[in-house]
Structures are given as structure tokens and as C-alpha cells.
Ligand binder design. Structure first.
Ligand code: HEC
Length: 212
């Protein structure tokens, strides 16, 4: 027997010993609760509505792309864009037209936060390792939209184009920020259309390319 081999054997025996000790520890806890392990596990599964989300681990550069593109769209990109779109509007009612626009300093400050959010969200989209959706996710409109794994394959294949689309959104969102800083109501309204186009052009290439 080579020295290396005997070393391996010893390590293996030690590990097996730890494993056995751990199992005994878990079993004794379960016995202490007075329920057979299998039943206890089933009860726990039935009582827990969803598995708690596990934290991902940082990559070599320290990035932790925890959530999917889909979740970033819903929770960050969409609300920020919507707030900018809704900030300036003309409503025609029976009593006449009502112009909706930011009025107070606080209105302007809050609107600026939305533009900052949208600008920086474009960096979130291109963080290396960010996936389109979680494994096993399915399209809500199959046929009309690609399935998440197809979206992922497209992004992997055409990554420079994906990044370019994110940069177009970056620039239009910066346009919104400048219009807000200038308190330029028409500017905000015009840049709103450009933001919409930036969203659509990426979606047309990567999310629903069949709708061209
Ligand atoms: C760089 C590309 C890109 C840009 C720019 C982009 N999106 Fe998306 N978006 C995607 C992709 C890819 C998906 C599909 C993700 C999936 O379902 O896996 C998506 C999906 C969505 C969804 C659906 C999320 C869901 O619940 O399924 C919404 C809403 C959305 N985007 C809004 C926007 C808005 C609003 C903008 C512009 C302000 C925007 N997106 C800009 C790539 C982009």
C-alpha cells in the first residue's frame, strides 16, 4: 500500500465517522420530538408554503446575480419606467383637460430617484451570470414569446447585441434624468417615447422575436 493510499483511507474513515455521528445526532433530535422522521418531514413540507430562497454565492469578481432578468424587469425596470411615463400626462375629462406634472420639489426629487433606478438597472441586466429566468420557468404566453431557455440561448449567442440594447436604455434613461434636472416637462414626455422604443427593441430581439 502506498503512503498516499493509506492517507486517503484514513481520511475516508474519519469522514465516515463524522457522517455517522451527524446522522445519529439528527435522528436523536427527531426521536426527541416524538415523531418518526418521515412523517415529521411530510408535515414540515405541508406547513411550509414555499421553500425559502437560498442566497447565491459571489462569483470571482464578487458579483451575486441573485435574481433573474424577468424578476429585475418586474421589480425594478418596469416600476421605474412606469413612474417616468406617468409623471407627465394630459387627461381629458368632462370638466376639461387636466395636466399632470411634477409640481413640488419633493415630486421632482422622487421622479429623479426613478430615473437613477432605471439608469442603474441597465447595469444589473448585464451582470455576468444573470439568467433570463429561473430553471424550470415557463413562458406565460407560449408561442407568442420564447421560452426562458430559448431566451437564455439567444442572449448567450448574441451577448454583444444584448449589451448594446441595455446601453440604449441607459442613454434614454440618462435623457430622462437630464430632462428632470432641467424641469423640462416636454423633454420628459418626449424621452418617454424613446424609453418605450428602447424596451421594445430589446424585447423584439430577445423575448418575442416572432412578432416582427
Ligand atoms: C437589454 C434587453 C432588455 C431591455 C432594454 C428591456 N428588457 Fe424587458 N425583458 C427582457 C427580456 C430578455 C425579458 C424576458 C425575460 C424572461 O421571461 O425570461 C423581458 C421581460 C420583460 C417583462 C416581463 C417580465 C415578466 O414578468 O415576465 C417586462 C414587464 C419588461 N421586460 C419590461 C421592460 C421595460 C418597461 C423596459 C424598458 C424600460 C424593458 N423591459 C427593457 C429584456 C430587456
Amino acid at each position: 500500500m502506498t503512503p498516499q493510499h493509506s492517507g486517503f483511507s484514513r481520511a475516508f474513515v474519519v469522514m465516515a465517522g463524522i457522517a455517522a455521528a451527524t446522522t445519529v445526532g439528527v435522528l436523536s433530535v427527531r426521536v426527541a420530538h416524538g415523531q418518526p422522521p418521515a412523517l415529521k418531514d411530510k408535515l414540515a413540507a405541508a406547513q411550509t408554503p414555499a421553500k425559502p430562497v437560498q442566497s447565491k454565492q459571489p462569483d470571482a469578481n464578487g458579483y451575486i446575480p441573485q435574481f433573474s432578468i424577468e424578476e429585475i424587469m418586474e421589480s425594478i425596470v418596469m416600476p421605474a419606467a412606469q413612474a417616468i411615463w406617468d409623471s407627465v400626462a394630459v387627461e381629458v375629462t368632462e370638466k376639461g383637460t387636466i395636466e399632470k406634472k411634477p409640481e413640488t420639489d419633493e415630486d421632482w426629487e422622487k421622479l429623479r430617484w426613478e430615473a437613477v433606478t432605471l439608469v442603474e438597472a441597465t447595469n444589473l441586466l448585464i451582470v455576468p451570470g444573470r439568467t433570463a429566468a429561473h430553471p424550470g420557468a415557463k413562458s406565460e404566453n407560449p408561442g407568442a414569446e420564447l421560452e426562458p431557455e430559448q431566451i437564455q440561448a439567444l442572449i448567450d449567442k448574441q451577448r454583444p447585441a444584448f449589451i448594446a440594447h441595455a446601453h440604449v436604455l441607459f442613454e434614454t434613461a440618462m435623457g430622462a434624468l437630464r430632462a428632470i434636472d432641467a424641469r423640462d416637462i416636454d423633454g420628459i414626455s418626449n424621452v418617454g417615447g424613446a424609453i418605450d422604443e428602447a424596451c421594445e427593441s430589446c424585447h423584439l430581439q430577445f423575448w418575442y422575436p416572432n412578432q416582427k
